[in-house]
Design a protein around this ligand. Structure first.
Ligand code: NM2
Length: 504
């Protein structure tokens, strides 16, 4: 139920809507110039700030390890006597589905193929090492370090929210340790919340910008028709209806149910692919990749490619870290909302552990099956990727599974639900941030939640007009940049809050 006095924060609402409108209109009216600008922005940010993204990731991992296993690990959110509101299973499902969208389906199927021609560490393209690393690097990009980028803002928001009983669930809540409880109302706090909204619009823009052509290609494959922009528009339309309905219904009835369904369907799909596909090959390559990743974990985190400068780090690791960072505060708000009653250690270990595991399973099962199909000459995945036909590559891999067209139909449905479960919680989080005086346990107005569900679809549609993967990837790089600075301030603030609370 919406609080009677929970009114929309007009300044935040209008400035965000205005900025999104101006950006989308500019892209739509001069797409060629926009594509060039966006490309230049990517190069500039990745080139100059790439190292900062890498350090942010390393820093988040170290800090979370200290917090989980240090003396603060026992701190219980919501007070000693509070108990978790959701079962661990639902909690994990909800947080996984919120933070992971169809991007996982997209990249887990084809990321390895993109790495073969330009492998990491200066390895020879298509060499044995290049193949082994190709199926490993994706697991890293969706692994422990990445989940720490989700978990740090969660802890930074959850601790002051529950310990200091800050009545607002916003990114600016994380700053109260340094700037006082009323920072959420002051210009600094409102600016931070504005950055949050824009970051999330950009982050989700990349997600739907990738997912739509993928689902569109799967539908074309299913119906045996040419890929077309109108199919993609239909795909977005159905996705919007799904997540608008879910966020309209609300957190427990809509978002939770859809997440539970999503986990069940995705689990069944993975099991099917594992059994129906080349099981032994998948397990062997998977085991090999996990070992390689564990052994080279520090190397991957700190590899800056200073001598060869192949561009691998900027094109992939930095892009991914930026994408995770853009989603980070949103995950922070959402997971804070559902984590009352859990200790910090449970929160950190559960979120990072389960998230890493869930993503790794996708990469191992789906990615290695696709790799096997390419090796056996069943689907020319690498050829299609080199021609930029990523969506068709994914559709053909799924269509080549036994019992066609059932897996393809299941894949389309799962992809849609994955999109919906990310976007419904994203709309919810933005609406919460742009609402004044939203007290603990209450919800932003329905029309407001649904408005954001629709607004979130505008940028991806515009990006699709550009039809350029670089442009889609650039959205996250641009929007996540200010979050690097906010991330540092937020962390210092977190430690202040923890110290003060321990002294009391
Ligand atoms: N992350 C997890 O589409 C998606 O999967 C959304 C992407 C940030 C790389 C999340």
């Amino acid at each position: 139920m919406a609080e009677p006095n929970a009114s929309v924060d007009r300044l935040l609402f209008c400035s965000s809507v205005l900025l999104i409108g101006v950006v989308c209109l500019s892209i739509a009216t001069v797409p060629d110039r926009a594509a060039a600008v966006v490309d230049a922005a990517y190069q500039w940010i990745a080139g100059r700030f790439g190292l900062a993204y890498q350090w942010m990731t390393i820093g988040a991992t170290v800090i979370l390890a200290v917090l989980a296993f240090g003396r603060h690990g026992k701190l219980r959110l919501g007070g000693e006597s509070s108990r978790p509101a959701y079962s661990t299973w639902s909690w994990m499902g909800m947080l996984f589905c919120a933070g992971i969208g169809a991007g996982l389906l997209y990249w887990s199927t084809i990321e390895w193929a993109a790495y073969l021609d330009s492998p990491p560490f200066g390895l020879a393209p298509n060499s044995v090492e290049a193949w082994e690393w190709a199926s490993t690097y994706g697991i890293f990009h969706w692994g422990l370090s990445a989940w720490c980028l989700y978990c740090l803002p969660t802890v930074a928001i959850a601790v002051p929210y529950y310990r200091r009983r800050i009545p607002y669930l916003r990114l600016s809540t994380s700053l109260v340790g340094l700037f006082g409880d009323d920072v959420v109302r002051r210009p600094l706090g409102r600016f931070v919340d504005f950055v949050f909204i824009i970051a999330l619009v950009g982050g989700t823009g990349t997600s739907l910008g990738l997912a739509t052509p993928m689902i569109g290609a799967c539908i074309s494959q299913l119906l045996g028709v040419e890929e077309a922009f109108r199919i993609d528009l239909g795909v977005v339309g159905i996705a919007v209806i799904l997540f608008a309905a879910s966020v309209y219904v609300g957190l427990d009835r809509g978002i939770k149910r859809l997440s539970d369904l999503n986990v069940g369907l995705a689990g069944a799909f993975l099991l099917f692919v594992l059994i129906a596909g080349p099981t032994l090959f998948v397990l062997k390559v998977g085991t090999n990749s996990v070992g390689l990743m564990l052994q080279e974990f520090f190397r991957m985190n700190t590899w800056t490619d200073p001598i060869l400068e192949t561009g691998f780090v900027e094109d992939w690791s930095v892009f991914y870290w930026a994408w995770w960072i853009a989603y980070g505060p949103f995950m922070g708000l959402f997971v804070t909302r559902i984590s009352k009653g859990r200790t910090l250690k449970q929160l950190i270990v559960g979120m990072v552990g389960f998230g890493t595991l869930g993503c790794a399973v996708f990469y191992v099962v789906v990615g290695n099956t696709a790799m096997w199909m390419d090796m056996e000459g069943l689907v020319d995945v690498r050829g299609l990727i080199n021609q930029g036909q990523n969506g068709s590559a994914i559709a053909q891999v799924i269509a080549a599974l036994p019992l066609d067209p059932l897996p393809l139909i299941a894949f389309i449905v799962i992809a849609w639900i994955f999109v919906a479960t990310t976007y419904d919680s994203a709309s919810y989080a933005i609406a919460s941030s742009a609402t004044r005086d939203l007290v603990e346990g209450s919800n932003p107005a329905r029309w407001h939640r649904v408005f954001w569900a629709f607004a979130l679809a505008v940028l991806p549609i515009t990006l699709m007009i550009l039809d350029d993967l670089r442009a889609v990837k650039s959205a996250v790089l641009v929007v996540s940049l200010p979050l690097l600075a906010i991330g540092v301030i937020m962390t210092v603030s977190l430690f202040r809050t923890l110290e003060v609370n321990t002294e009391q």
